[in-house]
Design a protein around this ligand. Structure first.
Ligand SMILES: [Zn+2]
Length: 200
């Protein structure tokens, strides 16, 4: 039996979210139908308000209230503006904050270079990073990227570009398992990896 169109449409949308497969999307959609207007109404209100209330910081990419851009990490005068930590995704930033050993500024790439898929700079914020560095003030860049092929290609490209600008560049090495993303590292491992960073 085919599903009513509004339900099928909702399931299709939910299934596009990360980590939610078709079966989970169906269960969520049915829960919303069963619950009546309560949860569905609150959800739709939260979703409708989201773009106006929350955004990604125009400097680092961290999630921030729309009225607080640049975000508090970019404007906190106690943080060192000379050291920049480059991460792949904005949600890597709270992971490094949790490790508690980094007190500089951040730059999230929102992706990585994928030479195998022929994807280049236009898919990342690398150009923004190089621009930030060229504007001056940054003396050291820590590449807190994953350890898979695409992360390696991204790190190599950035290191090459930054070395030309005479910057000190280092990369997390210790304790990050090969072939993995930062999100799978615990705070203790991450803190050791930051302190044990290797020049590149
Ligand atoms: Zn920021």
């Amino acid at each position: 039996m085919s599903q009513p169109e509004p339900l099928a449409r909702l399931i299709g949308l939910l299934a596009r979210l990360p980590g939610i497969g078709r079966r989970s999307a169906e269960r969520i959609a049915l829960l919303l139908v069963r619950d009546g207007p309560g949860l569905a109404g609150e959800l739709s209100l939260a979703l409708a308000n989201l773009p106006a209330r929350v955004k990604c910081c125009s400097l680092c990419g961290n999630v921030t209230l729309a009225e607080a851009d640049p975000c508090r990490l970019c404007t906190d005068p106690r943080r060192d503006p000379h050291v920049l930590c480059v991460v792949e995704e904005a949600d890597d930033i709270p992971l490094i904050e949790k490790a508690g050993v980094f007190h500089g500024r951040y730059h999230a790439l929102m992706g990585r270079l994928s030479p195998m898929r022929g994807e280049g700079l236009h898919n990342t914020r690398i150009e923004g990073l190089l621009k930030r560095v060229r504007e001056g003030g940054v003396q050291e860049v820590i590449l807190a990227l994953g350890t898979n092929v695409e992360s390696d290609a991204t790190a190599a490209f950035i290191a090459h570009e930054l070395a030309r600008a005479g910057l000190k560049v280092s990369r997390l090495a210790l304790g990050i398992p090969a072939g993995s993303e930062l999100a799978y590292s615990d705070p203790v491992t991450l803190s050791r990896a930051i302190q044990g960073r290797q020049p590149v």
